[in-house]
Each structure stands twice: as structure tokens, then as C-alpha cells.
Design a protein around this ligand. Structure first.
Ligand code: SF4
Ligand code: SF4
Length: 299
């Protein structure tokens, strides 16, 4: 018998830690979760990233990884990438991660923790795939069984001693549809080239180069891009129900909205993820797409 045997004291503790993790993350709305021991992820991080963790969570032992569903598939996005429809995911994720971490603290599983929602120091998709939350897609995204790639990833570092769920990383089926569908040429056989990704390009402030403008026109959205998700056969038609703060209709930005001054626009759409760069990139992108509709290539 060893510590994993449920008949032993160690086995019981392991079982209760797993149950506590499940309860905490399920109640916080996650559709998948797992844990890496700190020594399993630290060697895969930059020294500066490890320092950031040490500052916020000096006694770190475990990295808890969780996926939160924000859409249930289908072809609905027209102008705004679906991740940005509801509440800004930074705020929502922070709240939900805090809820899970606090529950673990309250039941004595951890004394300290730090929550990480976006701009985290971890190789996020690698960590989540290694912890068993889903497959690693060639589109650079994590693909969960529960909600496909329509998930936000969040992380908690803690001094709590949780059992590892690490396993071999499972790759997606590798059909290459995302590489063929990518309007920016950001996905290639060699990997992901973020500087060509429309998700980043549509958020860029100021003027774009003529070739960048052409990419925005090719992508067809004024904010973000969903092509490498909508074309993926591993994405379910209907996945786990999105969390309520993300389950909203796509905001329809009218010409009047886009003509608003920056302050008025930020006020009207406060709390949305597409607001953080102000109205200018959206106005510019919409003008480019209108131009494309009025003068389609080849006319
Ligand atoms: S989001 Fe769009 S541009 Fe970026 S990698 Fe996916 S398909 Fe390509
Ligand atoms: S489209 Fe195909 S290659 Fe791309 S992530 Fe999905 S399964 Fe993998």
C-alpha cells in the first residue's frame, strides 16, 4: 500500500485534497481544473516570471490551473470576437479564481495564494495541457473536452500541498484546418507567430501599415479573430454552457457609437474587454471593413 491507496491515511488526505479542488473550482464555474507541483512548472518559466511568483506567493508549492467556459461554439461572431462580448474576462476571472482560492483557504488546504488572470508568468497552454485540462491545439490554444477552446485560463499559485495531475501532453488531431484558415498567416507548421495574429493587430493603436490594413480587411472583424476556433473540428457544436457574465449577445457597435469621443465611448461600454484601447482602433478597423465592402478586392 502507498500514499495513493485510499485505504491509507495518506490516501484519504489525497482524496480529500482532490475533492476540495473539485468543489472549489466547480463552484467557481470552472469546467476543467488540475494541479502542477511547483517543481514541475518552474523549470519551464523565465527567471523574471519565477521572481514575480516569489514576490506574490513566497511559499509556493502548487500551481492550480482552471478553464472557464465563455461560449458554446457555432458561427455567431460578426464584428467582435466572441471572447469580448460579455464582462471583461480579467475582472470575471479574478473574481472566480479568488472564490476558489478562498474556499481552499477556508477549509484549511492553503494559507496563502495569488491569483493570475491573463499576463501571467506561466506558459499557460503548456501548463494547462500538462495538468490534464485538455489538448494542446496547433492553433496555440488549449482544447478542453467540456467547452473546446472557448475557455479562459486562470491560475492560482499557493503554498497548499496539492497532488499533481500532470501527465503527457496530448496534441490535437493535427488536421491543419486552423493553419489553412488563418487570415494573418500567423499559424504555420513551425508554430505561432503572434505578430501576424489579428487578435493583436486589431487592438493596435494608431496607424497600420498598408499590409496590416489588408490583413484586418481579410479578417473581417473590428476586434479580434475567431477563425482558428470556428474551423476546428475538435470544438464541439455545443459545449459547456458559458458562464452568465459571458453569455451575452454580441454588442452591435453603431456608427454613432464609433463616432463618440474616447471618454464617452469608454463610459458607455465600461467593463467590456474591447474598451481598453479606447474607441480609435475600433473606429479605424470599422472604416477599413466598410471600405472593403464598398470596394471589394477584384472590382
Ligand atoms: S486568431 Fe485569427 S489571425 Fe490569430 S492565429 Fe487564429 S486565425 Fe490566425
Ligand atoms: S483545426 Fe485541426 S490542427 Fe488546428 S487546432 Fe483544431 S484539430 Fe488542431
Amino acid at each position: 500500500m502507498d500514499g495513493n491507496d485510499p485505504g491509507t491515511e495518506g490516501g484519504q488526505a489525497l482524496k480529500s485534497e482532490k475533492t476540495a479542488l473539485e468543489l472549489a473550482f466547480r463552484s467557481a464555474g470552472a469546467c476543467a481544473w488540475g494541479c502542477l507541483r511547483w517543481e514541475e512548472i518552474a523549470p519551464h518559466m523565465e527567471p523574471a516570471g519565477r521572481e514575480r511568483v516569489a514576490e506574490r506567493c513566497p511559499q509556493v508549492r502548487s500551481l492550480l490551473c482552471a478553464a472557464f467556459p465563455y461560449a458554446s461554439g457555432g458561427e455567431r461572431a460578426e464584428r467582435i470576437s466572441r471572447y469580448a462580448w460579455g464582462e471583461d474576462y480579467h475582472t470575471a476571472l479574478r473574481r472566480r479564481l479568488e472564490q476558489a482560492a478562498e474556499a481552499l483557504k477556508q477549509n484549511g488546504m492553503a494559507d496563502s495564494y495569488a491569483c493570475w488572470a491573463d499576463v501571467s508568468p506561466f506558459p499557460e497552454v503548456y501548463a494547462a495541457a500538462r495538468a490534464g485540462l485538455g489538448k494542446r491545439g496547433r492553433n496555440g490554444l488549449l482544447i478542453t473536452k467540456e467547452a473546446g477552446s472557448y475557455v479562459f485560463l486562470g491560475f492560482v499559485t499557493t503554498d497548499g500541498d496539492f497532488p499533481s495531475t500532470a501527465g503527457d501532453i496530448e496534441p490535437c488531431m493535427g488536421c491543419g484546418a486552423c493553419i489553412r484558415a488563418c487570415p494573418g498567416g500567423a499559424l504555420r507548421e513551425e508554430g505561432v507567430f503572434p505578430e501576424r495574429c489579428l487578435s493583436a493587430l486589431t487592438q493596435k493603436r494608431g496607424l497600420l501599415t498598408p499590409s496590416q490594413e489588408a490583413l484586418v480587411q481579410k479578417g473581417g472583424l473590428i476586434w479580434g479573430c475567431d477563425r482558428c476556433q470556428t474551423c476546428c473540428p475538435e470544438n464541439p457544436g455545443r459545449g459547456a454552457a458559458p458562464l452568465p457574465e459571458f453569455d451575452r449577445e454580441e454588442p452591435r457597435l453603431s456608427p454613432e457609437d464609433l463616432a463618440l469621443g474616447d471618454k464617452a465611448f469608454r463610459k458607455k461600454y465600461a467593463g467590456k474587454a474591447f474598451v481598453w484601447r479606447g474607441v480609435q482602433p475600433l473606429r479605424r478597423n470599422a472604416a477599413l471593413l466598410n471600405e472593403e465592402q464598398e470596394h471589394p478586392k477584384g472590382d
